[in-house]
Design a protein. Structure first.
Length: 158
């Protein structure tokens, strides 16, 4: 079992955006069961439910190659989420359990699938997530190449 401190050594996320409290099952490069207990007074937003499941997937993908610092260890990038289905909301006080299965790993690109449950209720199904690691430098270069220069219309060049 992994707690928050062990999870923090594996993935770069930190509170308040660390959305996995513990990992109860970890079969290297095969499957993981992790969880998050929802705090506060509002249901967990769907975007954060998906983010939490993605972080559990990242623990599975990177547990043997920790990456707590994105500047030196790389940036995890979710390339594709496919066939996403949401169930009922996850309410405050409930614990959502994430089930993640790795279906393929090619170099720095992983393919995972799974679901999240609260008790017997399926609250999220993920048909497939394709995630990869990229260096900070490669992402900066891609961003700079995609960013247009100043234009007259924007008022930047006169």
């Amino acid at each position: 079992m992994l707690g928050i401190e062990e999870i923090r050594r594996i993935i770069p996320h930190r509170p308040p955006m660390l959305l996995v409290d513990r990992v109860t099952t970890l079969e290297p490069r095969r499957r993981l069961v992790g969880s998050l207990t929802v705090t506060g007074d509002r249901p967990l937003p769907l975007s954060l439910l998906l983010e939490s499941w993605g972080q559990a997937a990242l623990v599975l993908i990177r547990h043997d190659r920790p990456m707590p610092d994105v500047l030196t260890d790389g940036v995890p990038v979710a390339g594709v989420f496919e066939h996403i289905r949401f169930g009922r909301p996850v309410l405050p006080g409930e614990t959502v359990e994430h089930h993640v299965t790795m279906t393929r790993l090619v170099a720095d690109t992983a393919f995972v699938t799974g679901e999240s449950v609260v008790g017997s209720d399926v609250v999220l199904r993920v048909g497939r997530l394709v995630g990869a690691m990229r260096t900070v430098e490669s992402l900066r270069a891609s961003l700079e190449a995609a960013t247009p220069g100043p234009t007259v219309a924007s008022g930047a060049a006169r």
